[in-house]
Design a protein around this ligand. Sequence first.
Ligand code: ATP
Ligand code: MG
Length: 412
Amino acid sequence: MPKTRKEAPKDEVSLNARLLIRAGFIDKLMAGVYTILPLGLRVMKKIENIIRNEMEAAGGQELLMPALQPKENWQKTGRWETFDSLFRFTSHYSKIDFALGPTHEEIISPLVKKFNLSYRNLPVSLFQFQTKFRDEKRAKSGILRGREFLMKDLYSFHSGEKDAENYYEKMKGHYENIFNRCGIGEKTYLTLASGGSFSQYSHEYQTVTDAGEDTIYICDKCEMAINKEITETTPACPQCGNKDLKENKSIEVGNIFSLKTKFSEPFDLKFTDENGQEKLMVMGCYGIGLSRLMGTAVETSNDENGIIWPEAIAPYKIHLINLKGKEGKSSQLAGEIYEKMTKSGMEVLFDDRDDLRAGEKFADADLIGIPYRVIVSGKTAEYDSAEIKKRGEKKSEILPIGDIMKKIANSN
Ligand code: ATP
Ligand code: MG
């Protein structure tokens, strides 16, 4: 059993981090920097697997690029000076300047160039799960805004604009799948946003919650939104022109950009076309913050007692509680249930602590937020039964063990 805490650190104001710290998913090292504890890592791995699955379905190949990056690459694009949140430092020995990667266009563009690709090799799409570093001004939103955080970034390389645009549209479908599969789809909106210095527009995936730092305007007809940052005048739906939009606070969980030749130019990233001529590659980039997604799930799904995990990203599916000490019929049955469940591939967190009262065990289960709670007591054990309750629901049932196994197995 993970150790839970009664109190979160006093300087931690965000709900996501307070709950995740108290429930034993993360630990705070300093503002914007967190250790992902075993429970938290299970959630992150689930999110990672869902994202990997969708990125591979989009033809992406996984790689891992360095976080430690040379100044020259950043000077080539001019971002050594202009990227506000870039961590820069100097080696004590060689006096060489380095950056800690906040994003990887400066690394992947010269990397792809080394392979001398022709039109036959394109498109190419590469992605990674990697720790990013950003010198964030405000690191007050818990794991929503880290100075160090985990991101999936995918970069695509195309022979022309048309192919890049098609890929961009296709990727929207995979992004939608990711947020649906992670259980935040209903509150997540495709949002027209600024294109930064790359192009006029980009698209963000914004999840509606009061904890968000962004403001978006939602069109109920199109299920689409527009980011406040690009509405100088009255906002209108980008799809249907509707002006009756709802203002909401939201969290940016993902962002997709069409980069055009913004990075292929400085790195002279070219391919040979059908006629043997050299042309600049057209690029796209596609990001999702995994740690931010975990925090967003917590912000959007909780109650006064703790977290309520969406099933697909919960650290375990079942929280098995033995109410009666280490000995007796109850603990014997609980042990058997644990064996049975784990043998049939179910993920079970087993609370067999004998030094805690029932109320304390229930409070921990609510705080941690695992979808199914199965309780074995002396009384249920007499009938080879256990009590089952879904997190977030009031009603519970006492069922024979076989029925409990079936109920959980059939739940998705
Ligand atoms: P923001 O506007 O919130 O600062 P951004 O637009 O700078 O984010 P991107 O460069 O688009 O972020 O990064 C891609 C994704 O990485 C974001 O959509 C978000 O999910 C995540 N992300 C960005 N910055 C952070 C951070 N400081 N902590 C955690 N996740 C982050
Ligand atoms: Mg962004």
